[in-house]
Design a protein around this ligand. Sequence first.
Ligand SMILES: [Ca+2]
Ligand SMILES: [Ca+2]
Ligand SMILES: [Ca+2]
Ligand SMILES: [Ca+2]
Length: 483
Amino acid sequence: MKNIKYSGIIFGLLLTACGGGGNSDNNSHNDNQPNINQPEQPTPETSPPGGIASSLIFDTNADGFKDIVFNPMSNSNESFNSMEIYLNDGTGQFELKQNTFEMTQLKGQNYQVFMATINANQDDFIDIITVETDPEEIDFSMRIHLYLANGDGSFRDATANISNEMYQNGWANLSIADFDNDGFDDFIMGGGSITCTFENAETPCAAGTIYLNNGQGHFTPANITIVESSNGYTHQFSSLRYGALSAEDGYVYQIYDLLAGDLNNNGKVDLISHIYSTNSQVPSFINQSTPGNLKFEVHYSAHFRTQGGALLDVNRDGFKDWVTSASISANNPDIASSTETVPLHVLINNGQGIFTLDDSYLSPNQRGVQHARAWIVSDFDNDGFEDLLIPDHGNDWRPFPGFANLLLMNRANGMEDITYNALSDKKTYTHNAAVGDINNDGYVDIFFNNSLAVGAGHVEAIPETRLWINQGGLEFSESEQAL
Ligand SMILES: [Ca+2]
Ligand SMILES: [Ca+2]
Ligand SMILES: [Ca+2]
Ligand SMILES: [Ca+2]
């Protein structure tokens, strides 16, 4: 990522990890260092971009072949990085399509640091929601953008359909789900919180804000009723909170970042929050919402410091468990290129959203992560059990050494690391990834947002092929086309 002047100052205290959230993107870079993604020479249009901020794989033009939507973050001299599409021609070749997005820019040089698909307006086409940030500004501008699909591979900007889409937060991620159970996709913001104090209910806090869809693709923040399981107190907030819910009884905690998933298999999407307070238990927000009325009951697991992760069923009892880690982000030359890692952990769900640490589902020698950029759940070998891909960009400071990604297969006795045999052991700067079956062979392929910007700041990270074709779940081959 680019320099973000404020990140070290403001986020430093709150976060030790950008790798925390499923899609979070804290960027801890040194002020005085040059832009890491600035190419020395203008790049021809046909060359792959030096960096990619975010990407998605889905069929944008309804021809039955999945395309790759991406946002370059190092286009030559352009001041504004428009989203672009590699259009799949059905033979495994992609053609670059530019200017298919009607885009209104926030200001200056922007990146979509987050992208997700969403069914916004109930037509037959998949829409896109993004978080755009302006990394060179010091006023923390960020904006949620909505792009409605026209069905022919082009998209129109419907950002005006979102109320309160602009924040002074720098960055955020979103989780897409139908939170009020009315059949329409909503979204919740995570990781946008420079205004959050974690222990003051009165302070505005963007993280944990849920935007409800009116069914026609218009999104508005809605109040959330929180029921505290420990004492039965009920309170309404503008964003997700937890704690005793009463000043007399102690703290009310704001949240910073979260994961969404059905924890108790009742068909409603629940939430869990990472915790940044040393004296807080881990809150699970069990969904009791009805259409138009958001309501969650908070239950607690024992204190455990989590900064990210993914929900998938590790012990195969039918309930989603939580794989998580901390991360390394140190502005220290001695650490920057080291092989130091932090361990993975597994938290097992009791079926009611209460989690217990059990690392026996990891091999005793399980390789750790340095700075997981994302946690992607998909069944890569089609055995019916979800596996876990962890793009890891390594320590987020110069010299941006990169780090090997991690592919963990879900086995009967736990998670098995097959990365080095299936993919590679190279230390890449992988800024998230997108997965999807691009050659219609039934196996999910991977597009890594690898930096190719060697010599432009990534002095140590290794440039590597972005698109890897799944050969049956245990082995991937590099795409012959340079994307
Ligand atoms: Ca809804
Ligand atoms: Ca489970
Ligand atoms: Ca599997
Ligand atoms: Ca495939």
